[in-house]
Design a binder for this molecule. Structure first.
Ligand code: ATP
Ligand code: MG
Length: 555
C-alpha cells in the first residue's frame, strides 16, 4: 500500500487515483469542491458527497471549496444558500476561503463562449425545443445537424451579443457547442451552453439575461479555482466527455494539470427519497411541516431529530465509496446514531404512556431524593437527582394483571419488580375503568432494597422505569415511523400514494424534573424507551424520538 494513503482510512478508487497523481508529480496537493445548487435543503445524500469532498481534501492536507452552482435563477433562493452553509459547518467541515458562486464567474463563462464561437466551435441555434429533440436523434439513430450549425463565425458573434443584450426572446434561441451529432454519447450531440432567461438572480440581480448550463459552467468553474479532482455522482458519467472537450478547447484551461472529473455512486436510502425536487414537493404540499421536519432525510431534519454530526460522518464511512448504485438499508444509518448515542447520551427516565401507581406502605406526604448515574458506563458524567414518593408514574405497557409466563419481567399482581435506581415493589391490586383497563395500580415496597438486593435472598428479575408524580414534568413525545411505506418511493412520480399515514404518533407523558431545561437537539437515552431529544421548534417540553434502543426495522 502506498505511503500517501492516510492512516486508518479504507482505500477506494478516488484515493487510488489521487495517490497516483501525487506520486507521478501531476499534482502536489488535492483541491476538491462541493457544488450544491441552492434550490433546496441538503439531505443525507449530500452528506455523503460532503464527506467525500471535504473529507478527502482534509485527509490529504488539501482543501475543498464550497461553490454554489447558481446558474438557474428561477429555482434558487438565498434561504437555501444560508441553510446549506449552516449544514456543512454543523457536519464539521469548513470550506477554503470565501464561499464561491458560479455566478461570480459569469464574465469568464461569457468570454469562454466567445472563444468557442471565434474558433467555430459554438453557434446560436434557433430550433425550437421540440425540433432540437427531433434533430438530436436516438441511441440507435444518429442526430441530424441543425440548419444553424454552419452560420458564419461573424454572424454567431453578433447573435450572441444580441442574446446578451436582451434583444432576443426566451426560448427563441440558445448557444450550442459544435461537437458531434452522431456521437454515441447523446450529451455530445451539440449540447446547449447558454440559454436566455429574463429572471432576477439572487447574486447578480438583473445584470444578465443569459445563463450558462451546468455542463458549461462546471468545468470552467473547476478550472478557474484550480480544482484537481472534481468528484461527483454517477449520473454525470457521460457528461465527463463535455467536461473534457470544453477544457481541451479553451486555451487558458487546456493544461496538463487541469481538473478531471471522477464519479461515485449516489446514496439511495430505503424508505426515503433523496431527490430535492421530491422533498420540496413534500414541503410545498404540506405532507411534512417544513424542510427540517424530523421525518425528513434532510441534514436539518436529522439534526432536529437528534442525529449528531459524528453519526452522519460515521454512516458515510460505513456506506463507503463505490461505482455501484444500490439502496442502503436505513438500519445502517440507525446503527451509526445508536452507537454514538450509546456512548455519549445522558440517561434519564420518561414515562410516555403513563399510569399512576400508589405505594400504600410508603408514608403520605413524604418525598425522597435519590441519586442515579448520568451514564452507567461512564462515572465521570456524574449523578443526577431523582425523586421517590408514595405516588409515581410507570408506563402502561409495564403492567399486566397476570404474568403470561415465568419469563415475564415486568409488573403483575403479586409479582415483584425493581424500580430503576430505586426500590423493589410488588403489585397488590388495581382500579380499572368500565372497559376493564387499569387506571391506578396499588403496590407495596420493600424499604430495605434501595441500591441492594432483598436481604432474604429472593430474586427480583425485572427492572422498570418510573417518574415520581409530584415532581414529574409533563412532556409531549413525538414518535416517528418510516415516512414511506415503499422501500423505493422514488419509483412513483406521485410520492403521496406511498406516504405512511402513521409516520408520527404524539404521546403525552412525564419526564424527570431535571429535564425542564433540556437543551434542544441534544439526545438523551430514556431508559428502556430509546433516544430522544428536545424539539428545537416547540415552545413547551417536546421530545423527538431519535431512534429506538434496538434495531426493530426488520421486524
Ligand atoms: P436535484 O437534482 O435533486 O436537485 P442534486 O442531486 O443535483 O439535486 P446538487 O445540489 O446539485 O443536488 O448536489 C450537490 C452535490 O451533491 C452534487 O455533486 C451531487 O452529485 C451530490 N449529491 C446529490 N445527491 C446525492 C446523493 N443522493 N448521494 C451522493 N451525492 C449526492
Ligand atoms: Mg444538481
Amino acid at each position: 500500500m502506498s505511503d500517501t494513503i492516510p492512516l486508518n482510512k479504507p482505500t477506494n478508487f478516488i484515493r487510488n487515483k489521487i495517490n497516483t497523481d501525487i506520486e507521478s508529480g501531476l499534482h502536489s496537493s488535492v483541491i476538491t469542491r462541493f457544488p450544491p445548487e441552492p434550490n433546496g435543503y441538503l439531505h443525507i445524500g449530500h452528506a455523503k458527497s460532503i464527506c467525500i469532498n471535504f473529507g478527502t481534501a482534509k485527509d490529504y492536507d488539501g482543501y475543498c471549496n464550497l461553490r454554489f452552482d447558481d446558474t438557474n435563477p428561477a429555482k434558487e433562493d438565498i434561504e437555501y444558500v444560508n441553510s446549506i452553509k449552516k449544514d456543512i459547518k454543523w457536519l464539521g467541515f469548513d470550506w477554503n476561503g470565501e464561499v464561491k458562486y458560479s455566478s461570480s464567474y459569469f464574465d469568464i463563462f461569457y468570454k469562454c463562449a466567445e472563444e468557442l464561437i471565434s474558433k467555430g466551435l459554438a453557434y446560436v441555434c434557433f430550433l425550437s425545443a421540440d425540433e432540437t429533440r427531433e434533430y438530436r436523434g436516438t441511441l440507435k439513430n444518429p442526430g441530424v445537424n441543425s440548419p444553424y450549425r454552419d452560420t458564419s463565425i461573424a454572424h454567431n458573434q453578433t447573435l450572441f451579443k444580441k442574446m446578451k443584450a436582451g434583444e432576443l426572446k426566451e426560448s427563441e434561441c440558445v448557444l450550442r457547442a459544435k461537437i458531434d451529432m452522431s456521437s454515441s454519447f447523446m450529451c455530445m450531440r451539440d449540447p446547449t451552453l447558454y440559454r436566455i432567461r429574463f429572471e432576477k438572480h439572487h447574486q447578480t440581480n438583473d445584470d444578465w439575461c443569459i445563463y450558462p448550463m451546468y455542463d458549461f459552467a462546471h468545468c470552467i468553474g473547476d478550472a478557474v479555482e484550480g480544482v484537481t479532482h472534481s468528484l461527483c455522482t454517477l449520473e454525470f458519467q457521460d457528461n465527463r466527455r463535455i467536461y473534457d472537450w470544453l477544457l481541451e478547447h479553451l486555451d487558458e484551461f487546456n493544461k496538463i494539470d487541469r481538473p478531471h472529473q471522477y464519479e461515485f455512486s449516489r446514496l439511495n436510502l430505503e424508505f426515503t427519497t433523496t431527490s430535492k425536487r421530491k422533498l420540496k414537493l413534500l414541503v410545498d404540499n404540506n405532507h411534512v411541516t417544513s424542510w427540517n421536519d424530523p421525518r425528513m432525510p434532510t441534514i436539518s431534519g436529522l439534526r432536529r431529530r437528534g442525529y449528531t454530526p459524528a453519526s452522519i460522518r460515521d454512516f458515510t464511512e460505513r456506506v463507503g465509496v463505490s461505482k455501484f448504485n444500490s439502496f442502503t438499508d436505513v438500519s445502517i444509518l440507525e446503527s451509526s446514531i445508536r452507537d454514538d448515542l450509546n456512548a455519549i447520551a445522558p440517561r434519564s427516565m420518561a414515562v410516555i404512556n403513563p399510569i399512576k401507581l400508589v405505594i400504600e406502605n410508603y408514608p403520605k406526604g413524604e418525598i425522597e431524593s435519590l441519586k442515579a448515574p448520568v451514564h452507567p458506563q461512564n462515572e465521570e458524567m456524574g449523578t443526577r437527582e431523582i425523586f421517590f414518593s408514595r405516588e409515581i408514574y410507570i408506563d402502561k405497557e409495564d403492567f399486566v394483571e397476570e404474568a403470561p409466563n415465568n419469563k415475564y419481567k415486568r409488573l403483575a399482581i403479586n409479582k415483584e419488580v425493581r424500580l430503576r435506581n430505586s426500590y423493589v415493589i410488588k403489585a397488590t391490586h388495581f382500579d380499572c375503568d368500565k372497559d376493564g383497563n387499569a387506571t391506578t395500580i396499588y403496590c407495596t415496597y420493600d424499604s430495605d432494597t434501595l441500591g441492594k438486593k432483598p436481604s432474604d435472598g429472593r430474586k427480583v428479575k425485572g427492572v422498570i422505569h418510573f417518574v415520581e408524580s409530584s415532581t414529574a414534568i409533563s412532556a409531549e413525545f413525538r414518535i416517528y415511523d418510516r415516512f414511506f411505506l415503499e422501500s423505493n418511493p422514488a419509483k412513483f412520480d406521485d410520492l403521496s400514494s406511498s406516504i405512511n399515514p402513521n409516520s408520527l404518533e404524539i404521546k403525552n407523558g412525564f419526564v424527570e424534573p431535571n429535564l425542564s431545561n433540556a437543551k434542544a437537539e441534544k439526545a438523551y437515552q430514556f431508559e428502556r424507551k430509546g433516544y430522544f431529544c428536545r424539539d428545537s421548534e416547540s415552545e413547551g417540553l417536546v421530545f423527538n424520538k431519535t431512534v429506538g434502543l434496538r434495531d426493530t426495522w426488520n421486524q
